[in-house]
Unconditional design. Structure first.
Length: 140
């Protein structure tokens, strides 16, 4: 595999997009495990339904609003990185003038890795509350 520093423009943009989707799919998996369960005894259709219920826009808005709630710092850090990475993904995927350089993409990938560690370090009860927070839109 080529070093991100030597990748072409399309490769760098794809790296940004992939970094975001790693966060998104990890969050969807976490929501499913926390709300339905994991392992051999889980109900697979219910687990898949929760997984597929995570919506990009609702998750981003919820992550942006997470600072107004009493989530621990690890979750707040994840939420901040999630919303930033989604904005970067949109820029990478839809802005034909967006330019990335290898070191900047590596920073985004490192930020993603730290965000995943931050989420995993939070207590299970807080991660479960966050799962509900990002899955369900508040009624107005």
């Amino acid at each position: 595999m080529r070093s991100p520093v030597r990748c072409g423009r399309a490769d760098l943009k794809r790296g940004v997009s992939t970094a975001y989707y790693a966060l998104f799919h990890t969050l969807a998996h976490e929501c499913s495990d926390l709300l339905v369960g994991a392992g051999d005894t889980r109900n697979d259709p219910a687990w898949a339904q929760v997984y597929r219920s995570l919506e990009h826009g609702i998750a981003k808005n919820s992550c942006k609003a997470a600072a107004t709630k009493a989530f621990p710092n690890g979750i707040l850090s994840f939420a901040d990185t999630f919303s930033t990475m989604q904005e970067e993904r949109h820029r990478a995927d839809y802005d034909p003038l967006a330019r990335y350089v290898g070191p900047d993409v590596l920073v985004l990938i490192d930020n993603r890795e730290q965000a995943l560690r931050d989420l995993n370090s939070a207590p299970r009860s807080d991660r479960k509350a966050f799962a509900v927070w990002v899955l369900f839109q508040k009624k107005r």
